[in-house]
Design a protein around this ligand. Structure first.
Ligand code: NAD
Ligand code: UFG
Length: 354
C-alpha cells in the first residue's frame, strides 16, 4: 500500500489488513489504546516516543494483552534527523501522529515549546513521511481549534478561532498538512479533532496515567474517589447551562482508538485531506459526570465550587455526522462504561504504571 502502488478512490473501502503503522507518541494515553486496537485488527505496529509524558510499560502491557511484540523506538519528533531515520528504518505504510504536548495552561506559559513540538514536530513527521513514500498520515487535533464563538454542536466547517497557543499549534499543524497534501496529492491525510477522551481499556490493564496532579476532570475525579485528594474543585457553576457547570462531549478512549483504525483503513483507500470530529455528539456537565461516577462506582466524590478556570469555554460538543457518513463509524460506549472502566483502571493501578 505504498504511495507508488497507487490508492483506490472508492467510497466503499475494501477490507484493508496488515498495514504497517508507525505510531508516534504510541506509549501515551490515546496512543497505547490505539496500538491495541490496531494489533487486534491485524495491523503491524511500531512506536516512536521520547517517553516525556508516558511509560514504556503501557506498550509492554499492550503486548501482553494482544500476545504480540511491539517495538518501541526512542525518538523525539523535534529531531528531523531522528524522525527521518526512524521512517527510513521502519518503512511504514501509514503514520499515526499522536506525539505532542496537550496542556492548555502550560501552552500559555511556554508557547514556544508548543509550537516547537506540536507544529515543528508535525512538519518533521510529515516531511519524513513524504520522503519515505508513506501512503497515509493521521493527525491528533483537538476540539480546541474551534473557539468560543462556535455554535453547538460544532461541525467541521465551523470557524476555527482557538483561544490559546495549544489550540493554535494544532490548527497551524493542520494547515501544514493541508498544504503538503495540496502539493503532494498522493499523500492521504486525515485530521481527527478529538473531544474529551476518558476511561480505559475494559481489562483495567492500560489506562491514563497523568504525571503529577491531573489537570483534566475525570482522572482527578478518580483520584478523589481513591482518597488521593479530598475533593474535586468544580470550576464555576455560573455558566449558562442547566446546572451552571461546563458541558463537554466525553468519549470512551476505546471508541477513539477504534475511530483511528477505521479512519486509517478508509484513508488507505481514499486520497485527499479530510477532517473529522471524533466525539459522541452529546454534551454532559461536570456535575452530571460526577454523579454518574458516584452511582456506577459507589464511591463518594465530594465537590466544592470554585471560580471558573481561565480559558475554559462553557459548552463544547460535536456534530459527528461527517465521520458517520464518510467512515460509517460512531461511538459505541456509554457514559457508564467510561466511568466504570476508568475506576477499574484506577483501582487496579493506584500508582499508575510505576
Ligand atoms: P499523552 O501525553 O498521554 O501522549 C502523548 C505522547 O507523546 C506521550 O507518550 C509523550 O511521551 C509523547 N511525546 C511528547 N512529546 C514528544 C516528542 N517531542 N517526541 C516524541 N514523543 C513525544 O497524551 P494523549 O492524551 O495520549 O494525547 C495524544 C495526542 O492527542 C496529543 O497530540 C494531544 O495533543 C492530542 N489530544 C489529546 C486530547 C486529550 O484530551 N487527551 C484531546 C485532543 C487532542
Ligand atoms: N473541570 C473541573 N474541575 C477540574 C478539571 C476540570 O471542574 O478539576 C471542568 C472544566 O472546567 C471543564 C470540564 O471539567 O468544564 C472538562 O475539563 P477538562 O480539563 O477535562 O477538559 P477540557 O475540555 O478543558 O480540555 C480537554 C483536553 C484538551 C483538549 C480538549 C478538547 O485537556 O487537551 O479536551 O478535546 F484539547
Amino acid at each position: 500500500m505504498k504511495r507508488s502502488e497507487g490508492m483506490k478512490l472508492s467510497p466503499a473501502p475494501d477490507i484493508v489488513v496488515g498495514v504497517k503503522v508507525l505510531v508516534t507518541g504510541g506509549t501515551g494515553y490515546i496512543g497505547s489504546h490505539t496500538c491495541l486496537r490496531l494489533v487486534e485488527e491485524g495491523h503491524e505496529v511500531v512506536v516512536v516516543d521520547n517517553v516525556s509524558n508516558s511509560s514504556i510499560e503501557s506498550i509492554k502491557r499492550v503486548s501482553q494483552l494482544t500476545d504480540t511484540h511491539i517495538d518501541v523506538l526512542e525518538g523525539d519528533v523535534r529531531s528531523k534527523t531522528r524522525i527521518d531515520a526512524v521512517i527510513a528504518e521502519t518503512s511504514p505504510e501509514a503514520v499515526i501522529h499522536f506525539a505532542g504536548l496537550k496542556s492548555v495552561a502550560e501552552s500559555v506559559r511556554f508557547p514556544d515549546k508548543y509550537y516547537e513540538t506540536n507544529l515543528g514536530g508535525t512538519l518533521n513527521v510529515a516531511r519524513a513521511a513524504l520522503q519515505g513514500n508513506v501512503a497515509v498520515v493521521l493527525f491528533s487535533s483537538s476540539a480546541t481549534v474551534y473557539g468560543e464563538s462556535a455554535s453547538m454542536p460544532v461541525d467541521e466547517g465551523a470557524a476555527t478561532e482557538p483561544t490559546n497557543p495549544y489550540g493554535r499549534s494544532k490548527l497551524y499543524a493542520e494547515s501544514v498538512l493541508r498544504d503538503l497534501n495540496a502539493a503532494n496529492p498522493a499523500l492521504s491525510v486525515g485530521v481527527l479533532r478529538y473531544f474529551n477522551p476518558v476511561g480505559a481499556h475494559p481489562s483495567g490493564v492500560i489506562g491514563e496515567d497523568p504525571r503529577g496532579t491531573p489537570a483534566n476532570l475525570m482522572p482527578y475525579v478518580a483520584r478523589v474517589a481513591a482518597g488521593t485528594y479530598p475533593e474535586l474543585s468544580v470550576y464555576g457553576d455560573d455558566y449558562s447551562t442547566a446546572d451552571g457547570t461546563g458541558i463537554r462531549d466525553y468519549i470512551h478512549v476505546m471508541d477513539l482508538a477504534d475511530a483511528h483504525v477505521k479512519v486509517m483503513e478508509y484513508k488507505a483507500e481514499n486520497s485527499g485531506f479530510e477532517t473529522w470530529n471524533v466525539g459522541r455528539g452529546s454534551g454532559v456537565s461536570v456535575l452530571e459526570m460526577v454523579s454518574r461516577f458516584q452511582e456506577v462506582t459507589g464511591k463518594s466524590v465530594p465537590t466544592k465550587i470554585v471560580p471558573r478556570r481561565a480559558g475554559d469555554v462553557a459548552v463544547s460538543f460535536a456534530n459527528v455526522s461527517r465521520i458517520a457518513r464518510d467512515i460509517g463509524w460512531s461511538a459505541k460506549y456509554e457514559l457508564d462504561d467510561m466511568v466504570a472502566d476508568l475506576w477499574h483502571w484506577q483501582s487496579q493501578n493506584p500508582e499508575g504504571y510505576e
